[in-house]
Design a protein. Structure first.
Length: 190
């Protein structure tokens, strides 16, 4: 089945030419656009064939074909330099992590369908989540709702949001790692 990815790339560009004007959007391009020569396939593995075909197709564009190719990645550092040459992906738009106001707005969007306790304050949560991405914030709301559901609560309170934040930032609590009072006294910790 070698060459399936390359064939799909050819088909995608063929369909785009028929549908022009159009936009081709490739999400997580780093999955196929990683720097070549780093794999064990000796330069002929499926991913590299797919990347090579994409480069060929992008080189075959005339300026007036009406096709715009856009790609997204969280890992621009691993992209093959050939992808970033003029005429290919030669413009980069960096979308950074949201600031405190952005985090608050993102939280409000994800909280819309969640029954909240009156004590829940998105502004406070936003200030306490620096470095969180939009996906992290969505996960925060989901985890808080799960904590509330496990506690048989009808609404999500700040307590659940704090537990969810702790879980996201520090990982799940491992009860097997928690010492009993007896163990603490044996180890001189109490």
């Amino acid at each position: 089945m070698s060459g399936v990815g390359a064939s799909r790339v050819r088909d995608m560009f063929e369909q785009a030419k028929k549908a022009a004007p159009c936009i081709i959007f490739i999400d997580e391009i780093d999955a196929v656009g990683r720097q070549r020569g780093a794999g064990l396939g000796g330069g002929h593995d499926e991913r590299e064939q797919t990347l090579n075909q994409m480069l060929v197709e992008m080189d075959g564009f005339e300026g007036n074909e009406g096709i715009i190719v856009i790609a997204a990645t969280n890992r621009p550092d691993v992209l093959d330099p050939a992808l970033l040459r003029p005429g290919r992906f030669d413009r980069q738009v960096v979308v950074g992590l949201p600031d405190v106001r952005g985090r608050e707005q993102i939280l409000k969007v994800h909280m819309r369908r969640v029954p909240l306790s009156p004590d829940v304050d998105p502004a406070i949560l936003a200030r306490g989540t620096p470095g969180f991405s939009g996906a992290d914030l969505a996960n925060l709301v989901n985890e808080a709702a799960l904590f509330a559901a496990r506690g048989n609560k009808r609404v999500v309170s700040m307590v659940e949001f704090e537990k969810a934040k702790d879980k996201i930032m520090m990982g799940a609590e491992r009860r097997s790692m928690v010492m009993t009072e007896e163990q603490k006294s044996i180890n001189g910790l109490s």
